[in-house]
Design a protein around this ligand. Structure first.
Ligand SMILES: [Zn+2]
Ligand SMILES: [Zn+2]
Length: 352
């Protein structure tokens, strides 16, 4: 293995809100006893990175290296890290948590009192190296490429958490609102849960065709009321689980209305709009539930990685696009994300 003990590295940072990211030279991070240093092989460019650059989502200190979808090879391990060694392939859980507060001890580390998101509160993956706590690095099986390992750490992990929160059981029907990055994983993961019929609600013709190819019933929301179409498809019963991945009050309401008796609507998409509900007829009468979903848990990642290793979660080559760790290319990819909820993901490949 190469051991060149680099002291400087390239990174692409958010320096000013609303301005293009800049290429900078930084010191290779020094690690503490519980940390690992990872030589980054792949870093996903996420929709939320575009929101940080544009100032739509707040970022409290600048400059910061963006990138919370990270995979690479362990370069160095701290003295207290027993489960990893230099040369290990890993992917990174993006929430750094304390491990001992009330929420962490309950296994709910996304609510940790001091939680920090990699690529937002601390430097992320748009760089050659990253320092993370050893407990945030998860073994990446050889069957999964670095690019796929990286992108799974965000949208796939959150889609998986949503299905867990909605308690999807084998044989149950599912309605997915929106076939972007989250929906693409949610559809395949629902099938990996051995679900019943899946309905995908979309307005985009290519995405409706993709949904049908993946075995779902494609519901064209432009053709007629999607709730009526789902009710028709389920002989009037409605679905057991619905996932709202778009972030609109209209589709959130549809996700509730399409539920059957004891149905669960998991809301993942973000919006500042409010939504109205008629509690008696829409929730109480059928014991339906509306469930909020935020991020995901470290404990879910090994199961998710196993779904990908065994081929139940796939990302065909046409769903991935790669760019170099170079400011112009990264900014162009962020520009392209401004108006799209594509299932095609762009990944930065770090050259040697
Ligand atoms: Zn992301
Ligand atoms: Zn904590």
């Amino acid at each position: 293995m190469r051991r060149d003990h680099r002291i400087a590295m390239r990174a692409v940072q958010l320096v000013r809100i609303g301005k293009p990211l800049q290429e900078v030279e930084l010191s290779v991070p020094k690690i503490g006893p519980s940390d690992v240093l990872i030589r980054i092989a792949a870093a996903g460019i996420c929709h939320s990175d575009e929101h940080y650059r544009a100032g739509i989502s707040n970022i409290d200190h600048l400059p910061v290296t963006l990138g919370h979808e990270v995979a690479g090879t362990v370069e160095k391990v701290g003295g207290e890290v027993a489960n990893l060694a230099p040369g290990d392939r890993v992917c990174v859980h993006y929430l750094v948590h304390c491990g001992h507060c009330h929420f962490c001890t309950a296994g709910l580390e996304q609510f940790c009192c001091t939680v920090q998101m990699i690529g937002k509160h601390r430097d992320g993956g748009y760089a050659e190296f990253i320092r993370v706590p050893g407990k945030n690095a998860f073994a990446l099986p050889d069957e999964i490429s670095f690019e796929i390992g990286a992108i799974m750490m965000c949208s796939s992990a959150t889609a998986f958490h949503a299905l867990n929160k909605a308690r999807l059981k084998s044989g149950e029907s599912v309605a997915i609102f929106g076939l972007g990055g989250l929906g693409f994983s949610a559809l395949q993961l629902s099938q990996a849960f051995d679900c019943g019929q899946v309905y995908v609600v979309e307005v985009n013709r290519a995405k409706l065709q993709l949904a049908a190819r993946l075995g779902a019933v494609a519901i064209d929301a432009k053709a007629s009321d999607p709730v009526e179409q789902i009710k028709e498809g389920t002989a009037g019963k409605g679905v057991d689980v619905s996932l709202e991945l778009i972030g609109s009050a209209t589709t959130m309401r549809q996700a509730v209305l399409c539920l059957g008796v004891r149905g669960r609507a998991a809301l993942i998409g973000l919006t500042k709009e409010s939504m109205s509900i008629f509690p008696y007829t829409e929730l109480i009468n059928k014991e339906a539930e509306i469930i909020g979903v935020s991020d995901h848990l470290a404990s879910e990642l090994p199961v998710l990685l196993e779904f990908a290793r065994s081929g139940k979660l796939r990302f065909p080559p046409e769903t991935l696009r790669v760019v170099d760790l170079e400011a112009n290319q990264v900014n162009a990819a962020l520009d392209a994300l401004q108006d799209s909820i594509d299932h095609v993901r762009t990944v930065i490949i770090s050259g040697e």
